[in-house]
Design a protein around this ligand. Sequence first.
Ligand code: GDD
Ligand code: MN
Length: 374
Amino acid sequence: MPDVASSTECRTPTLAVVIPTYNEAENVSVLVDRLHAVLAGIDWELLFVDDDSPDGTAQRIRSIACKHPHVRLLQRMGRRGLSSACIEGMLATTAPYLAVMDADLQHDETLLPEMLRRLQQEPLDILIGSRYVAGGQMGDWDAQRASMSQWATRLGKHLIKADVKDPMSGFFMLRAEVLQDCVRELSGVGYKILLDLFATSPRPLRFLELPYRFRARQSGESKLDEAVLWEYLLMLIQKWVGPMIPARFIAFSLIGGSGVFVHMLVLWLSFKGIGTSFLVGQSAAALVAMTTNFFLNNLFTYSDMRLRGRELFRGWLSFVAACSVGALANVGIASWIFEANSLWVLSALAGILVGAVWNYAVTAVYTWKRPKAT
Ligand code: GDD
Ligand code: MN
């Protein structure tokens, strides 16, 4: 493979270190100092991708950049997401070697020079900082977090054909061509960018894992919450069903399915329990199911663009309006097909499909409206 950076005409930095940040104001300055020390002698740049952190991380980065011209900032508005931040950061540089690491000083930056040297000299595509090869360590994770990580690791290994010991690692360095070869097919959802790269690359990646000790966080807190696990499952499903069906639609449909249980429960309570008329029970059930669906979608399907405060009420109204029309379309289509062929299961499924696609498409635009969603 030709080494772009070794050509004398090429003035681009050799290495770009991409660092996603969300509320890391207290960590960025120490991190830049450490990288500065460890990367002496290498032509490098540092690209922070900040999702408009409320703690003013971006402002802190700007003031650091006054003294460190290597430091660049990509500040994203109205967006959240670790994977998409890493991808966009890697696309915002022309360096031939790209590293990704966390801002919270948990990754061992002293590995970077060796990663670069080996990528330049050996036939490798990607070097991974690993907690699970001999010499690597987990650091101070509690038992629950450790077992969650191991469970997710096992699941992830099924997805990729390579025997990577730490496919969940957020610390790695790769050749830029590897990204360019698969960037259009990456899912970009959630936390697991490395797994995404391995699962998407059109050819097997030549990789090597270097052990390191995962350090304890100094300041700030982890952003890994319940939504992260859900996003991870979504990414696995997305890879499994392929790019034709968007992950959000899958999430939306799974939540829609859960709405059936809510509906039945409320109908039973009011019709059988309180003794309302069927019509009243059915209407109440539909409204409650739409409402729980709305909140679940806001929490999970659109966790990166959650509506809050007054927006929440507007969103709920538009969601109920859209889904009511969706329900009419569902019934209309189903009866129309049923009249033609009398296959009741098929007719019902067709109605449900049309209703679901309608609800998804309309609420994506009117309820969670953002000009360009990931
Ligand atoms: N731009 C952006 N947007 N950055 C984010 C976001 C986001 O929505 N969420 C998290 N980050 C940044 C954090 O500021 C930090 O620099 C890095 O991504 C990792 O986030 P943490 O919240 O510290 O994650 P963790 O320590 O629990 O998990 C890390 O280690 C795991 C094990 O290696 C991550 O690197 C995981 O990807 C990794 O699996
Ligand atoms: Mn961390």
